[in-house]
Design a protein. Sequence first.
Length: 317
Amino acid sequence: MLVSQLRNIPLFKGFSAAALKTVAAYIQVHELDERRLLFRQDQKRDKLFIVLSGAILIERHLLDHQEPLAAFKPYNVIGEAALFAPSGKHEHSGRALESQTTVASLSVYHLFQLFRRHPETSLLLNRSLLAIINERLSRTNEKLLTLFATSTLIHHFQRQDQLADSVTDTLHKLFRVRKALLLSIDSRAQQAEILSTSGYRRSLSKKISIKADPLLLQLRTTLKPLIITPQKWQKQYQNSVYASQNMLMSPLLHQGELIGVIILTDKINRHHFGFNNEILLSAIARQIAPALEELRLQEWQKNERQLKAEFIDPFRA
């Protein structure tokens, strides 16, 4: 059974049946229930892990909470650095994100045994690992560049509408979606206002009642990102003018209060949004929210000064 599973894993692409059988003899399989730890932050890093089923969440422990960094799905490799720097420690924790998660592990000790007894198979494995590391570094650089560009971008605007247009246009291209939408939220008025759209062929109503919008109501209650797929679709969602069965929504929070929402719909490749998309959009949302709130406050103060100059100051003269 394990040999047939290994055949589907990119890490072992090009391995002969004999080579797969050899590797399988050195691999251990772990069954994990949901939330069960696979490894802890600061624990000795001495194994490579391969997700066979379910998912593993990688998270970082901060002072008051745990920050999710990435989710690894079937056939993804985790902890390959252990094979090249076995004396190190895990910088993050990994735990099962789903019930009945199955993970295969290859320890540093067994890798050395494999190298000593089967050098040709070990060489194939090392080459494959290096290819995966190069690909992962490339993706990491893309994410870091995105976050850096976003943090730089938001400080170049003097008006809320300019920032909003730039954000939706950037997210539209970055996530390769058909539509992107940015809303501001007025909690006291129970109302959302469309600040900017990208990809919509028809104009949407500028104001949206939060009470009449089931998706915004849900987001206001949970204050957490929301992924909609055909399996999670509910009939009531069709009351939302922007709703889609392939959608990712992320709240914009300032001091714990909902001040806006980013909405992405319909990936061009028709894939559903995943947990890693959610993590990246949440990181971008955390950068955008303070700048959006600051510009909104500046515009409110500017309007207040104009009203005062026009309607109050003349009567004091």
